[in-house]
Design a protein. Structure first.
Lengths: 113, 111
């Protein structure tokens, strides 16, 4: 069974730009969660999607948004990038709830210059 | 503010010893508890989950939960250098609430 895939794996952007990251969950998984990981703050929850609906949202500004498609693939978008947005963005999929076993993708390393 | 606290380490143990990793959480209503392992440059992978008070064993790993003390731990018996990684504790209130992760404890197993 194919694992969670994320594209792109690496991104370099400049302040003020926007970026879109993509996540394809494991086949049959309907819940997709996004996390931001930085050395100082650890793993922080961004949002969770289930059946194309945002079910949970973390404490991040509105510049961070996401969506889920009918095939469960998910995208997250960050607008007006700031230096502090540099991080590893991880996507995790699970069968139906956030506390089913979550399988993480390899992540997208975003660097904002 | 729901919080999950872990000692950042590094925790150094000799090969073959027992490594004990600890985690405390602030929300008394927490129901589900998870331990993830993250190797440097890789994404987290689930080691164990525990829902009930007491011990749960899986191979060399034992998770211990004490809801009264709001404390969950992970014991790794016969530690191997390949166990060297960062261990993340994650907690959730219920099935549809997101996991809250601790910042992780870095474990180093010395050969």
């Amino acid at each position: 069974k194919a694992g969670v895939t994320q594209t792109p794996r690496y991104l370099i952007k400049t302040r003020g730009q926007q970026v879109t990251l993509s996540c394809s969950p494991i086949s049959g998984h309907r819940s997709v969660s996004w996390y931001q990981q930085t050395p100082g703050q650890g793993l922080q929850f961004l949002f969770e999607y289930f059946s194309e609906t945002q079910r949970n949202k973390g404490n991040f500004p509105g510049r961070f948004s996401g969506r889920q498609f009918s095939n469960s693939r998910s995208e997250m978008n960050v607008s007006t990038l700031e230096l502090g947005d540099s991080a590893l963005y991880l996507c995790a999929s699970s069968l139906s709830t956030a506390t089913d076993t979550q399988y993480f993708g390899p992540g997208t390393r975003l660097t904002v210059l | 503010q729901k919080e999950v606290e872990q000692n950042s380490g590094p925790l150094s143990v000799p090969e073959g010893a027992i490594a004990s990793l600890n985690c405390t959480y602030s929300d008394r209503g927490s129901q589900s508890f998870f331990w993830y392992r993250q190797y440097s440059g890789k994404s987290p992978e689930l080691i164990m989950f525990i829902y009930s008070n007491g011990d749960k064993e899986d191979g060399r790993f034992t998770a211990q939960l004490n809801k009264a003390s709001q404390y969950v731990s992970l014991l790794i018996r016969d530690s191997q250098p390949s166990d060297s990684a960062t261990y993340l504790c994650a907690v959730s209130l219920s099935g549809n609430t997101p996991l809250v992760f601790g910042k992780g404890t870095r474990l180093s197993v010395i050969a």
